[in-house]
Ligand binder design. Structure first.
Ligand SMILES: [Zn+2]
Length: 64
């Protein structure tokens, strides 16, 4: 589900995991979301959405 963080940033929540919108090459409707722990824990999980529909996900989280 799509939520907005207290700071106003868009976030994607799937189960107990949160994803942040990856800034940079945001080709029109396609969005890349990276795990919110990608920085601190170097988690590589990510989700791709097109028009707010999940089209692919890589849920290899290295944490709980
Ligand atoms: Zn993760």
């Amino acid at each position: 589900m799509f939520v907005t963080s207290p700071r106003g940033h868009p976030m994607l929540v799937i189960g107990s995991y949160k994803y942040c919108l990856h800034r940079g090459k945001s080709a029109n409707l396609k969005k890349i979301w990276v795990c919110s722990r990608s920085g601190a824990r170097k988690c590589r999980a990510s989700v791709t959405t097109v028009e707010d529909q999940i089209v692919s996900s890589k849920n290899d989280h290295n944490h709980y």
